[in-house]
Design a protein around this ligand. Structure first.
Ligand SMILES: O=C(O)CCC(=O)C(=O)O
Length: 283
């Protein structure tokens, strides 16, 4: 799949988002799912926040994409070229995160704009975009993302503490909900949701028996370099990789794991044989 086309970019600017179906193919997505669900670091490093509705929002965030499989997704040409086309200029990696919406407990996200938070990090302009890649299927029952179509045209809305989450001003959200279409972004693994940093979005609690994980890569325009330090980075050049790096990195990673399993199986077989020989001798 190539980077977004001119028509897809126009749709993003009109609606505040664009869903690129099967932006990543079955092999790439299979590697991502396996890596994510087998990766104990993702789980260990995750932090929880009560959603104020009885559920728990759980996520892992990292600022620099690195050389892992996740880094290959964030740095591959297809993603970076799309982000740069949407931001009309050079983009850099602002952060990535894995959203871990676990069955039954994965919490709801209140209505918010990402720029509602990022503005306070010294980013003067809303020249920022995110790409949510579905790791698992995202449905209405497992709490897929919901967006208010065209709400990015409203500009930045004040955010305040509502319950236990900081969300967009509820009075403004209520007015926007009356006027704008709410879109439930149901996704298959490998689909990519590109969304503008000022589009209002939320998600419900995961009420199903299935996990709903997604990898979200966020980009800032290089010309929007924050004027102050924050918990997310200032500009640093994004070292892009060819699209094929995803499969190459994933295959390499699992070959090492699979070899370790084969070695462990082999050692187990050897041990079983030794015990059987010993028992035979003792009889
Ligand atoms: O994936 C979700 O449920 C919500 C994520 C979200 O709203 C965000 O990362 O800004």
């Amino acid at each position: 799949m190539p980077a977004l086309t001119a028509d897809q970019i126009a749709a993003y600017h009109r609606d505040g988002f664009y869903i690129a179906r099967q932006f990543f193919d079955g092999e790439e997505t299979g590697l991502l799912r396996r890596a994510a669900h087998e990766d104990h670091q993702i789980d260990k490093r995750a932090f929880d926040r009560a959603d104020g509705e009885g559920g728990t929002v759980r996520l892992t965030i990292w600022n620099h994409p690195g050389d892992s499989l996740y880094g290959m997704f964030a740095r591959c040409e297809r993603m970076v070229e799309s982000a740069e086309a949407l931001l009309c200029g050079e983009a850099y990696h602002y952060h990535s995160k894995m959203i871990l919406k676990e069955p039954k407990v994965g919490g709801a996200w209140a209505w918010h704009q990402d720029y509602g938070y990022w503005y306070h990090n010294g980013c003067l302009y809303p020249l920022m975009t995110s790409v949510a890649i579905a790791v698992d299927p995202a449905t209405r029952t497992n709490g897929c993302m919901q967006l208010l179509k065209g709400s990015h045209h409203m500009g930045r809305v004040e955010h305040q503490l509502t319950g236990e989450q900081t969300g967009a001003d509820p009075e403004v959200v209520a007015a926007a909900c009356e006027r704008l279409e709410r879109v439930y972004c149901e996704l298959d693994p490998g689909d990519a949701l590109f969304f503008h940093c000022n589009v209002l979005h939320r998600s419900d609690r995961n009420d199903s028996h299935d996990p709903r994980w997604s990898l979200i890569c966020c980009y800032n325009a290089a010309r929007n370099d924050p004027f102050k330090d924050s918990h997310h980075p200032r500009y640093s050049p994004l070292d892009r990789v060819p699209d094929r790096a995803i499969v190459e990195t994933g295959v390499r990673r699992f070959a090492a794991d699979d070899e370790a399993w084969i070695d462990a199986d082999q050692a187990m077989d050897d041990r079983r044989r030794q015990l059987a020989d010993q028992q035979a001798r003792e009889r």
